[in-house]
Design a protein around this ligand. Sequence first.
Ligand code: G4P
Length: 292
Amino acid sequence: MSEQVSIQWFPGHMAKTRRLIKESLPLVDCVAEIIDARIPKSSRNPELDALCSSKPRIVLLNKIDLADPAITERWVEYIRKSGAMPLAVDCKSGRGLNKFLPLVKELLKDKIEQNARRGMSGKKIRVMVAGIPNCGKSTFINRMAGSKKLKAEDRPGVTRGTQWIDLGSGIEMMDTPGMLWPKFEDPTVGENLAFCGSVKDEVIDIELLARRLLETIAKTYPDFLRARYKLNGELPEEGAELLALVGRKRGMLISGGEVDTERASAVVLDEFRSGKIGRISLEKPDMTESGQ
Ligand code: G4P
């Protein structure tokens, strides 16, 4: 394996976000965890299971428009077997979101029945959205909220400033998502997040990142690379060679006929992130060593 992209994380806000989630949890009946369908393992928060153990969970596999549909299906099965309720969605187009409220009601069926027995059938079921940066939390909340009005929390003693969006069907959603952090100590996780654009490009070496990404895609989806960049035959294994090929094919040259690797890197990363190379999943369920 060639050198790996190293990413500096600054977990200064971890303690604060952990505290905010802990404070918010008693206010909600369930948690909707959003992860990136291209990297379902790398985009999960390492502590969420422990933090939310008492709350039922929906796991939203988001950005399915960018992920390999066959692998997303396998993740859906995998998550279901692990005991959470999976839902594959594309928050950008809204695909799959019509299933969200029915799923919440199914998940909270016992609670809803219990409320009805106690004469509190009007009591709303409350949901909190949580996820690592860039997984699509705001996009999800905006999509679900549409033009619905926010309702300020007026009960005394609860976290100040909490607002609730009435989604209909007896369900309310907290307007601010729980911000989580990824498993930043694992370099593979950092690299996957960087590939997907969840780490600011200013803090990473984008040429190294593009070379690593090309190596990965050449192993798993070589036909996508051949088709996108009009490459024939066996692809080289080395990222640097792949990047040079792409740069040449696209005519990205600098004086002296050398490939402008910086420009080629930006193009490769952009085309991967926007799905132009193809619908690519970087993690499969059976790649996970601990079953999580
Ligand atoms: P966050 O609150 O969790 O940090 O994430 P946010 O909603 O801001 O989404 C991060 C990026 O992911 C946004 O792109 C958003 O449009 C994109 N996104 C969210 N859901 C989906 C999805 O299902 N499919 C695709 N393809 N993209 C999704 P951006 O580049 O930051 O902004 P923009 O391109 O939308 O302007």
